[in-house]
Write a protein that binds this ligand. Structure first.
Ligand SMILES: Nc1nc(=O)c2c([nH]1)NC[C@@H]1CN(c3ccc(C(=O)N[C@@H](CCC(=O)O)C(=O)O)cc3)C=[N+]21
Length: 296
């Protein structure tokens, strides 16, 4: 094993502490604390776990959390009406509608309904367009967390070759935009990419976000590359147990990479920490209050 392990869990805890430290200043200026509304439709057990952990960390940061659990049969009209109410609620600075939604609901229509100023996931077309054109935007939490880890590790990313594996609106595309914004030479690879191993081997930075357990082996990597593993895949561990693995084969990749994020304890905790950071930022922008800590 030669790679440094990038401790996302520790970085995320430090980020949450900086967010929490900024809340009293906001409260003094506005007479209220930042508020995050989380909407969960249906009973998906994995989703319920994330929502619970988000709620706990929202409270720990000194923010107000508003949880809305709706039955799986909720109609699209009722969900849109809830989004409208949250858009109009002055105590709500951030709105997160947990994905995926049940199949009878048009996900794109629900996301597009969220006020872009409260879109702390950065999933609305307005924020995607603002990010792509270099305007001030709410940036999706997972890619922004990955970028924070990369800049902490590497300093300037200018001129580096970056390969993003995966082209989702949630991770791959915004990740590529952020890396482009840092002046990387960016390749977006996906399921139809030819000679993926050769593409990945050119990269100084590899961000794997496909959702396929252990799909990137160490012998695809350029020695010394920085590897960010966004995958969170639950796999069978025998004896009726399961465990989490990433999209990168950690054991072989750690022999070749310069640095690598583990799963769990890498990107996952960053996602929630950045969600709180985005809620704090949205609250300041909406209230017209300057956020004193420029590192946020
Ligand atoms: N609108 C929306 N926004 C999201 O950001 C969103 C979503 N929908 N739907 C579900 C996914 C999933 N997600 C995770 C967040 C943190 C961890 C996390 O903290 N994982 C821990 C391990 C957790 C465990 O042990 O199960 C880790 O990687 O160390 C994982 C997954 C956010 N999501």
């Amino acid at each position: 094993m030669s790679a440094a392990i990038i401790d996302g869990k520790a970085f995320a805890a430090a980020l949450r502490a900086r967010v929490a430290a900024a809340v009293p200043g906001f409260a003094a200026a506005t007479g209220r604390v930042p508020g995050l509304a989380v909407v969960l439709v249906g009973e998906d057990p994995a989703s319920a776990v994330y929502v619970k952990s988000k709620g706990k960390m929202t409270a720990e940061a000194g923010m107000a959390g508003f949880e809305h659990r709706l039955p799986a049969e909720t109609s699209q009209a009722d969900l849109l009406a809830l989004v409208d109410r949250l858009n109009a609620d002055g105590a709500v600075d951030g709105i997160l509608v947990q994905l995926p939604l049940p199949k009878h609901i048009d996900e794109a229509a629900v996301i597009a309904r969220i006020d872009p100023a409260k879109d702390v996931d950065g999933f609305t077309p307005v924020n995607a367009g603002r990010l792509a054109t270099g305007l001030e935007a709410m940036v999706p939490c997972t890619p922004l967390g990955c970028l924070m880890l990369l800049k902490d590790r590497l300093g300037s990313l200018a001129g580096l070759d970056a390969v993003v594996i995966g082209r989702s609106n949630i991770v791959g595309k915004p990740m590529a935009q952020l890396l482009l914004g840092e002046s990387c030479t960016v390749t977006i690879a996906h399921s139809r990419t030819r000679d993926l191993a050769d593409v990945v081997r050119r990269a100084d930075i590899v961000v794997a976000a496909v959702g396929r357990p252990n799909m990137v082996p160490g012998d695809w990597l350029k020695p010394g590359a920085t590897v960010i593993d966004v995958g969170i895949n639950r796999v069978d561990a025998g004896e009726g147990k399961t465990r989490l693995v990433g999209d990168v084969d950690f054991a072989s990749a750690a022999q070749v990479a310069g640095a690598i994020t583990p799963v769990p304890g890498g990107v996952g905790p960053m996602t929630i920490a950045v969600l709180l950071r985005n809620t704090l930022v949205a609250a300041h922008r909406r209230a017209g209050v300057l956020l004193a800590d420029a590192s946020l």
